[in-house]
Design a protein around this ligand. Structure first.
Ligand SMILES: NC(=O)c1ccc[n+]([C@@H]2O[C@H](COP(=O)([O-])OP(=O)(O)OC[C@H]3O[C@@H](n4cnc5c(N)ncnc54)[C@H](OP(=O)(O)O)[C@@H]3O)[C@@H](O)[C@H]2O)c1
Length: 260
């Protein structure tokens, strides 16, 4: 079977940039998201630039059978992942008790359930090709997030799960990396119904830079990659500060403090 890099959420933001970077390094791609028009446009762009044309798989990863369908589709095309990039994800701003419950559960299905299933489904082919797994967490994985509770918790799961896999798979030749971006201006903010506060501009990074940092960290076999110096300092501060203090400081419901 031919090895391919499977990238979720490639139709926008960080995922599109990850696709461009993996393609530039000679990886043949499978692009997954719901908006197939965007994925096809990206596939055309990459083919025009002289890379192999990516395979496009339109899928809603909140659906229970989505990963099984992707696995079946790949095997019917004689493809198997050497790298899996779990990038698709979204957040919602607001109090957990008042936000739509189904939408929040859908977030868990995407950010946690699909990511877990995609991480585990292809372990044998990742090992066979001595490839890797890149899971996109967030700097918010380091703290609880009142005002965005489910999103922060989902990213804490991604970080914890990915660090554990890094250890469990260390003898199998599979690189496993959690990428923790800080604020990145993408479609994320509109979907979450939030705006990046002006303070976030100081540590904001463009999506192509974040994707490059993630790619480099994965190829180096780093366990956790926090994107950018400002975010590294923020993450170190969060790790050292008691939650009782952090909770008050980061309360999304308080004046203008926004998550990412
Ligand atoms: N932007 C930030 O400030 C920031 C900071 C830290 C971490 N992150 C994380 O980085 C990752 C990428 O975010 P981004 O900023 O690039 O956001 P984005 O521009 O909104 O892109 C999100 C991607 O996820 C895909 N997606 C959403 N729901 C999906 C579903 N049900 N099934 C399949 N694909 C789905 C979207 O594609 P379709 O809509 O076409 O399905 C899109 O390609 C996310 O995991 C996010 O949590 C973002």
């Amino acid at each position: 079977m031919k090895p391919v890099t499977l990238i979720t959420g490639a139709s926008a933001g960080i995922g599109t940039e990850l696709a461009r970077i993996f393609a530039a390094h000679g990886h043949e791609l499978v692009l997954v998201a719901r908006r197939s028009d965007r994925l096809n446009a990206l596939a055309d762009e990459l083919a025009k630039a002289g890379h192999a044309r990516p395979t496009v798989l339109a899928a809603d990863l909140e659906a229970r059978d989505a990963v099984a369908k992707i696995a079946a589709e790949l095997s019917s095309r004689d493809l198997e992942p050497d790298f899996v990039v779990n990038n698709a994800g979204f957040g919602l701003m607001g109090e957990a008790a008042t936000l739509d419950r189904n939408e929040q559960l859908g977030m868990v299905d995407l950010n946690v359930r699909a990511l877990t299933e995609l991480s585990l489904t292809f372990v044998d082919s990742l090992a066979r090709h001595r490839g890797g797994l890149l899971n996109v967490a967030s700097i918010v994985a380091f703290l609880p997030g009142p005002g965005m509770a489910v999103y922060y918790a989902s990213k804490a799961y991604v970080l914890s799960f990915t660090e554990a896999l890094h250890q469990e798979w260390s003898g199998r030749g599979i690189r496993v990396t959690a990428l923790c971006p800080g604020p990145v201006p993408t479609e994320f903010q509109a979907r979450a119904k939030m705006e990046l506060p002006s303070a976030a501009k100081m540590i904001e990074l463009p999506p192509d830079r974040v994707a490059q940092i993630g790619y480099d960290g994965l190829m180096r076999g780093q366990r956790v990659v926090v994107a950018g110096l400002g975010n590294k300092l923020a993450a170190a501060f969060m790790r050292l500060t008691p939650n009782a203090l952090l909770l008050r400081a980061v309360d999304q419901r308080a004046a203008g403090m926004k998550g990412n």
